[in-house]
Design a protein around this ligand. Structure first.
Ligand code: CMP
Length: 139
């Protein structure tokens, strides 16, 4: 069993898409083993996306990610990282496959509605960024 971090980004929370996105996760058979709503400070968003600190989009991305509430979740299942990335679709909604979340809800490459860990190494950084082990259940 593998775990991955999922984020429902401010653009999707603002448009009342939380239930639809969590529903898609459950329908796909991934288990939600931790869940909460938070609003990041600019500094917290920078810490989370530290790997992108040299990118030209870093300042805009961290402004956006701290602009409103987000929903963070830990998803568990067989190959959960790859499975969740498949459900999300490509980073750029314009390039996302039909029937993916970003194709359905993404507004732009930045306001792309959802985030997922891209490797076991990033999941190992991202999950404890938001959750202590006491906040994770193991069904
Ligand atoms: P995410 O999966 O959260 O990881 C990094 C984010 O940077 C990505 O989704 C995009 O929302 C955002 N981003 C903004 N501009 C770009 C870009 N040009 N290329 C890749 N990611 C970008």
């Amino acid at each position: 069993m593998e775990q991955t971090l999922a984020i429902i980004k401010p653009d999707a929370v603002e448009r009342n898409l939380v239930g639809k996105i969590l529903g898609r996760i459950e329908k796909a058979g991934l288990k939600i083993v931790a869940l909460k709503m938070v609003q990041l400070s600019k500094g917290e968003a920078k810490g989370f996306y530290n790997v992108h600190r040299e990118q030209p989009f870093f300042d805009s991305l961290t402004d956006f990610m701290s602009s409103g509430p987000i929903v963070v979740a830990v998803l568990q299942g067989e190959r959960a990282i790859e499975h969740w990335r498949k459900i999300m679709g490509a980073t750029d909604p314009a390039k996302a496959d039909p029937d993916t979340l970003r194709e359905a809800f993404g507004l732009s490459i930045e306001k792309n509605s959802v985030h997922g860990s891209d490797s076991p190494q990033s999941a190992a950084y991202e999950i404890p960024y938001f959750f202590s082990h006491l906040e994770l259940v193991n069904p």
